[in-house]
Design a protein around this ligand. Structure first.
Ligand code: NAP
Length: 331
């Protein structure tokens, strides 16, 4: 039986959690119509949680982390895919309820597979990945709400993170003035070079407050942080504005009054990329490979090998990564 290398999170016979490289057979992979030989995968905050056995992400052990994969179809019982075709896997349960991309092979339902669009290399698609789709979906929600460059500045929180920097880049590319909130004071110039008009310190949004509303500061916001930051962002958004929420690195509670909603008409828009329908993901990938394609993807990518993942996921969980970490599995 053909075997392959992957990153496995499992319990040893002593009950201790083990997370590291292992070998498995193709028969160990989950059921699915498409077998993919993986070229690139990536490291996301969620993968850091999976790699440390967080039960909310690694729902069953043994588990293979990795919410993104890009590679070549090895076998497909679905006629939409042929051997050797370049494809992207991401979303749904990939890397959470089901084994993910930190592996030389993945087998998945055909519905989770997207043909690599023209205009993107496999490496660029891994750099975008679920983070890029989440950023693109957040931008699209703001535009659907009627927010345009003429509306005023758009705030992005967690701006040096994976979703954050890609949101900054997409917004900058399509003409928005972007305020980037970051905890990394040495990254202001870096953020400006990828599309931010200006930066603010993350601490400005972290102060607990009972005030029902704060001074209006931006027309809209893409929040990747949650918690007190999201509450303060909502309190500081201009009348009629829209705020998208996708993350919880700063906390999962949301403490505020209804005043932003009933006195300023703010809309809070939840983002759940994993449940985005395949047609919508196809459409977002088309935008990301064309008119919304961020310039400088290779400059925000830090490339590592799978066996070097531990140091990288420890850093991402501590909030220390700037840009995207992509993992080269095979050529
Ligand atoms: N809902 C969805 O569909 C969806 C999809 C993808 C990701 N997510 C979520 O979105 C969030 C961001 O994901 P990611 O992969 O972009 O993560 P990431 O690369 O680790 O970026 C997170 C960024 O948040 C900031 N940050 C870190 N710790 C913080 C803290 N304690 N308080 C405030 N800010 C902090 C840091 O940026 P600065 O230093 O620049 O402030 C960090 O780089 C995660 O919660 C992830 O689970 C959700």
């Amino acid at each position: 039986m053909k075997d392959f290398a992957c990153w496995i999170v499992e319990r040893g016979s002593d009950g201790e959690l083990k997370s590291g490289m292992a070998r498995r057979g193709l028969a160990d992979l989950p059921q699915g119509e498409v077998l993919v030989r993986i070229s690139w995968t990536s490291l996301n905050y969620k993968d850091g949680l999976a790699a440390t056995g967080h039960p909310g992400v690694a729902k069953r052990l043994p588990h293979v982390p990795g919410i993104d994969a890009v590679g070549l179809v090895e076998e497909s019982s679905d006629p939409r895919f042929v051997q050797g075709q370049e494809v992207i896997i991401g979303g749904q349960e990939f890397g959470a309820g089901s084994w993910g991309g930190w592996s030389e092979y993945a087998r998945v339902p055909a519905e989770w597979v997207i043909p690599l669009p023209d205009g993107l290399s496999r490496e660029e698609a891994a750099c975008l990945g679920v983070a890029g789709i989440t950023a693109a979906l957040s931008v699209r929600k703001l535009i659907d709400h009627g927010i345009s460059p003429a509306s005023g500045e758009v705030l992005v929180t967690g701006a040096t993170g994976g979703v954050g920097i890609l949101a900054v880049m997409i917004l900058g590319r399509i003409g928005f003035r972007v305020v980037a909130s970051t905890g990394k004071s040495d990254r202001a110039e870096w953020l400006r070079s990828f599309g931010a008009s200006r930066s603010i310190q993350r601490s400005e949004l972290e102060t607990e407050s009972d005030a029902p509303l704060l001074k209006s500061r931006w027309a809209a916001a893409i929040d990747t942080v949650g918690g007190t930051t999201l509450a303060n962002v909502l309190r500081s958004t201009t009348v009629g504005g829209c705020v998208t929420a996708c993350g919880l690195v700063g906390g999962q509670d949301l403490s505020l009054t209804v005043h932003p909603f009933i006195l300023r008409g703010i809309t809070l828009c939840g983002i759940d990329t994993s449940r985005t329908a395949r047609d919508e993901r196809l459409e977002l990938w088309k935008r990301l490979s064309g008119v919304w394609k961020p310039a400088g993807l290779s400059e925000i990518s830090h490339r590592i090998r799978l066996h070097d993942a531990e140091a990288a996921f420890t850093t991402i969980l501590a909030g220390g990564v700037a840009g995207r970490t992509i993992i080269h599995v095979a050529d």
